[in-house]
Design a protein around this ligand. Sequence first.
Ligand SMILES: Nc1ncnc2c1ncn2[C@@H]1O[C@H](COP(=O)(O)OP(=O)(O)OP(=O)(O)O)[C@@H](O)[C@H]1O
Ligand SMILES: [Mg+2]
Length: 246
Amino acid sequence: MGTALQIEDLSLSINGNRILDNVSFSLAKGSFAAMCGRNGAGKSQLLRCIKGLRKPDSGRILIDGAEADGKTRMKRIALVFQNAEMQVVSQSVEKDIAFGPENMGLDKAEIARRVDNALSLMDLKDKARQRPQTLSGGELRKCAIAGIIAMEPDVILLDEPFANLDYPSTLAVIRALDTLHDKGYTILVVSHEAEKFLAHTDMLLVMDGGSVREAGASREIFSRLPDYDIYIPGNASFEELSWLRR
Ligand SMILES: Nc1ncnc2c1ncn2[C@@H]1O[C@H](COP(=O)(O)OP(=O)(O)OP(=O)(O)O)[C@@H](O)[C@H]1O
Ligand SMILES: [Mg+2]
């Protein structure tokens, strides 16, 4: 199988405050991992460090077993921000999805192939010509995810992908993530809304106070989530932790 992403002893302080404290974990290739943790646990700052938007004080980040510098990570690791609308900038959905591949200097045929592939993966084909500003919240997030798929990254990080989404849009995003998982992408979803999607994941990481406190198979450790103030419905089985009935 192999390891897609490995984080070793990552630490970060901001203005003398320890935000991340020796964070270590790894994601197997093709895994769909969840990261839960209460507000302020350090999840978003960790994603920013992994992506290369912020330099940690210490620690190593490896992709495919090799240490990856900030520039490599910017290219090979995709991050979908919580406010996906900030990521969507173009005049139409298809132009927006083409934006990343164009910046990578790919030729026209390859760009067209990737845009088409991302549109169908995210089930956005009938929205291709629509202005992103007119999309619903769920469609907008799917558009942001499509734009990232078109860059064919090694790892996709998503920060709170269910925030502000209604029930059908939440289902749409869960379905989209399931599809990406089936296609073999390595995915890390940061969210405290475990009851919506945990059943689809194979790995669970729990962050608290800037450290990873739990890491393991989701099915085996999900019942510890309430110890960290993460809500799961009482007595729910692992399979029930999904808004998408499978
Ligand atoms: N520029 C900054 N100066 C000081 N503290 C900061 C700065 N940026 C982030 N922090 C602190 O770092 C901690 C971790 O923030 P982070 O955004 O990573 O939390 P989070 O786990 O993503 O929380 P949430 O679930 O609310 O999104 C917080 O206590 C936050 O106040
Ligand atoms: Mg956050």
